[in-house]
Design a protein. Structure first.
Length: 97
């Protein structure tokens, strides 16, 4: 089903969207990472979690010169791992949206 209810279940709370935008983080990438971190409906975390996650992802993206998958690895592991299956899962979520 691809109606509004389905689309809504894939969305982030307003404060998460605001956090991603305020840190200049690509919303689709942030959404994929939050789905990986929190599950298929990433709506239950407090706004402070999304704010910290967006800031962390922005820092990771800057240090990786915009390489989104290097940044995701850095976000998840604290260092860049090559050919990481966890990053591939986030990439699959990202590419399926």
């Amino acid at each position: 089903e691809t109606g509004p209810a389905f689309a809504e279940s894939k969305s982030l709370p307003d404060c998460a969207v605001t956090s991603a935008k305020s840190h200049g983080v690509e919303l689709a990438l942030f959404r994929a990472l939050m789905i990986h971190e929190l599950g298929e409906t990433p709506l239950a975390a407090p706004c402070s979690f999304y704010e910290a996650a967006a800031a962390n992802l922005a820092t990771s993206l800057n240090s990786q010169h915009g390489d989104r998958w290097g940044a995701v690895s850095l976000f998840i592991h604290g260092r860049v791992l090559l050919d990481d299956p966890v990053v591939e899962r986030v990439r699959t979520i990202y590419e399926s949206k």
